[in-house]
Every structure is written in C-alpha cells, then in structure tokens.
Design a protein around this ligand. Sequence first.
Ligand code: NAD
Ligand code: IPM
Ligand code: MN
Length: 370
Amino acid sequence: MATRKLLLLPGDGIGPEAMAQVTRLIDVLNSDFNAGFETQTGLVGGSAYDAHGQSISEEDMKLALAADAVLFGAVGGPKWDSVPYEVRPEAGLLRLRKDMELFANLRPAICYPALAASSSLKPEVVEGLDILIVRELTGGVYFGDPKEIIDLGNGQKRGIDTQVYDTFEIERISGVAFELARTRQNKVCSMEKHNVMKSGVLWKEVVSATHKAKYSDVELTHMLADAGGMQLVRWPKQFDVIVTDNLFGDMLSDVAAMLTGSLGMLPSASLGAPDGVTGKRKALYEPVHGSAPDIAGQGVANPIAMIASFAMCLRYSFNMIEEADRLEKAIAEVLNDGLRTKDIMSEGMNEVGTEAMGDAIIAKYRALAA
Ligand code: NAD
Ligand code: IPM
Ligand code: MN
C-alpha cells in the first residue's frame, strides 16, 4: 500500500471546523479504500502564535517541506489584530508559500448547476460557469523590497510596499496557465495594469513572448485588471483561464467566488515547480476563504471549499483522478439533493450545519464508489 504523507494545518476560526470534515473523509478513504494516507497535524496562524509566539514554528515548517502535500484551513481573526506585523497569523501562510516556493495558485470558480440561483448575479450569467484563475503567489507586492513604514520626522510616516516581477517569474506562471488552458477551452486572458505600472508593462511583454515561443496554439488576450474585474461580473463565461499577479489575483478570485454562490465554495491549489529528478511538486491546498470570525464556532461554516481543496489534492499531488472526480461529483449531488449551508441557503432547500454537510458528502462518496 502506498504511503501518502499529509500535513494538516487547520489554523484559526472556521479552519478547524472545515478541516474536521476532511479528516473524517481521509479516515474513510483509509479504512474503506485502502488509500494509505498518513497524517500529521501542526499549528499555523493565531493558534500557533498563542502556543509559541510564532505564526508557524520551525518544526512545522520542516514537516510542511517534507510532506507530500499540505492541507491548510484558514488563519487570522480579530484576537490577533494587534500582534506584531512579523508574527501576525497571515505571516504563517505567506512563509509557507514562500519557503515551499508555491508560485502557482490555481483557483477554479465553478458554478454548480444547483447553485445558479444562490449567486448575487442573474442565474443566466453564472449557470455553467467554469473558469480558472491562475494567480502568481510568491512575488509581486506581497514580497517585494522595500516593505516598511518609515518615520519622516515631521509628524508624517510613509508606508511602502514594492511591486517587483522578474522575467522568470512571469514566464513560469504564464507557462502554467497556457499548459492548463490546453486541457480546457484553450483560452488564456492575462490581466495587469501596463497603463500605470512598469511591472505591468513587463508582465504583458513576457506573457506575449512566452505565448509566441511555446504556446501559439492557445488563444491569448490581454485585459487591464480593473476592466477584468468589471467583465468578471458582467459576463464571466467569456473567460477560460485568467493569469494574473499576486494582488490582482487575490482580489479577482474573491470576486469570482461570489459568482459561484459563496466564498465558502472556492477551493485552491498552490503548487511549486516539478522536481527535476522525481517530477514531484511541493503543494498546499487551501480554501480561498478566510477564518470567517463572524461565524466561527457556530458549526454553520460551509466545508465545501475545504473538501473541494482536498479533491484538488487527490488530483494534483496523488494522481488519484477517479477519487477526485468522485468527490467533486459527491459535492454536486449533495447540492442537487437540496442540502445547503447557511451561506448558500435559498427558499425550499434544506439547511444543514458544517458536520451534516460533511456527513452527506462522505455518504454520497461511499455510495458513488459502491
Ligand atoms: P473571510 O473569507 O474570512 O470572510 C468573508 C465573509 O465570507 C464572512 O462574512 C464569512 O462569514 C463568509 N465566509 C467565508 N468563508 C465561509 C464559509 N466557508 N462558509 C460560510 N461563510 C463563509 O474574510 P475576512 O472576513 O475578510 O477575513 C477574516 C480573517 O481571515 C482575516 O484575518 C483575514 O486576514 C483572514 N483570511 C485568511 C485567509 C486564509 O487563511 N487563506 C484568506 C482570507 C482571509
Ligand atoms: C488569500 C488570503 C491571503 C492573501 C492572506 C490571508 C494572506 O486573502 O489566500 O486569498 O492575501 O493571499
Ligand atoms: Mn484573499
């Protein structure tokens, strides 16, 4: 039996509540389907800070680097609003991304047919939606130097963040987008702001050159990122793959989340480059949503983003395609059956909590496998 090493980092707020559903699913995969998952659990975010004053410990960083894949819940919350910037909960997630070199963040936004009515947009705008945002995750304004607040000495301070991109970073993320487009509708739209940003000028230039050199069979378009946000809510089905930088990708993927009905629906995969010898990629799977302090501890959070992130893990880290497809089908069927957590609830549907949604998806998975 293969051994598959997973590190679980549930984090804060609704992170542990959502992760608990995946843990139960892993137990079933091991007991009923001999999947051979070995899990370890670590601390990240505010819970790590409370335990030892860091948002992730050196030991947990080592476990993350050694695991076949990391499953991440969510971090942050008002409790840690005033902790020093360097050790704030979000810093733990940023360190994982940077140290594991997870430069490619795949954020699929799929509108399940049963949820077309839950979106704040008209059903015809979102029905059948299937787009993929490819967000650059280890560069740009999140990590550029200088990043500081300086005292100007006249009662004024200056806050500085720096947007930096090198050619190789744009080449490798656009390569990921073009490769994925070939497995889908073969279309990539690159979003930047070359009208005001030098990094945007370089971004557009390098994406175009990469396209010309290696991917001219894929249809490539360019869009200014602000217009891209507008087009995403006007007619999102015009897109197949969107490739964009770290900050624009963060914002555009939250916009895309609402097209699917709720932020609680959107999974993501953060991937590194394939190892030259083994071909294995470092990977972390995380829902797009945060720790949702407003509903944490109530047992009402939607676990689907977390469960669907695990489906991405099965697909990308373990090549368990059949199992990943089955899990995604189980989610779709449970929604077809009318089960809804609060965030996606609509009239005539059956409202359930986090655990009952987990139960239903696990039962459906078993039934589909039988
Ligand atoms: P959020 O995603 O936590 O919540 C935004 C809104 O969406 C809230 O009303 C929340 O209740 C709802 N929501 C989110 N996930 C849900 C789910 N699974 N089911 C039902 N409803 C859900 O964003 P925020 O409120 O801006 O941020 C809260 C904290 O989370 C902040 O500290 C932020 O830094 C952090 N955050 C962490 C991550 C992460 O860990 N990956 C991502 C985003 C934000
Ligand atoms: C996300 C989050 C993170 C980001 C935060 C928590 C660091 O918003 O994953 O979308 O900004 O990348
Ligand atoms: Mn975000």
